[in-house]
Design a protein around this ligand. Sequence first.
Ligand SMILES: [Zn+2]
Length: 309
Amino acid sequence: MTTLLLSNPASLNHLTPPGHPERPDRMRAVALTMAEDRFSALTRGEAPEGDLDTVALCHDNHYIDELRHIAPTTGMAYIDGDTAMSPGTWEAVMRGVGGAVAATDAVMKGETANAFVATRPPGHHAEINKSMGFCFFDNAAIAARYAQRKYGIARAAVVDFDVHHGNGTQDIFWADSTVMYCSTHQMPLFPGTGASGERGEHDTVVNAPLASEDGGLKFRAAFDNLILPQLRKFAPELIIISAGFDAHRRDPLATLNLDATDFGWVTRKLMDVADATAGGRIVSVLEGGYDLQGLKESVGEHVIALMGA
Ligand SMILES: [Zn+2]
């Protein structure tokens, strides 16, 4: 079995203001890397549009309607200083959801060993009823809930190594004992949540905050000592990765100072857990990563690891 790469062609039409770090060039950078010979064994496809009923597994219906009406036909509609919609945003967002869902279908049906969804905008800051931090709908969270509803997965895990805390995913699963949410993130940093004492109503939220310039050794220790043991104990039947690469040392938004190889390392560690408890099933969804060179190197290490190389 191979690794599935789903790309979101509408991602290029989600425009952000000049100078915004979350920009279409990120998708072009990922596409350039995925076009290298070493990725020729990937199975490739395009993310289909998701449907609103699936979005409603994680987001409030009133919020979904509101966002659909905010989506502009010309110009930009600002939700906050960081988060804006252009005319192409809605399709990009809905294909992000559809990509996460289609990847989950392919993995759950055993058509592929694992999958990576190359999409933007990212999702992990989107709360049940709030857009923020460049995010509108939480693709990773939606994939986890969708797998539960459609395939009867008893326990799913979302593991988030983006340098920012996934406040949206934590919000969605805070009181849900069937989904574990694990995150490493730089702290203090946007959005301000993710202290180690935030553990959810059922002890299924695992936050491992790291400090500025902690680097790869402390990142790996957070996984070895805290996240991986909790994850093994929880024994998820599917692992969703919120794959953000803004912890890379070149990234302009943070100073955690990871190297691309750290992302390969953590990917293989998560594959070990997935092999032990989830039949190897992993769906990885792109989140952040704002230095194009750092993003290319990191996504390369991540996907090569998923391919078993
Ligand atoms: Zn981030």
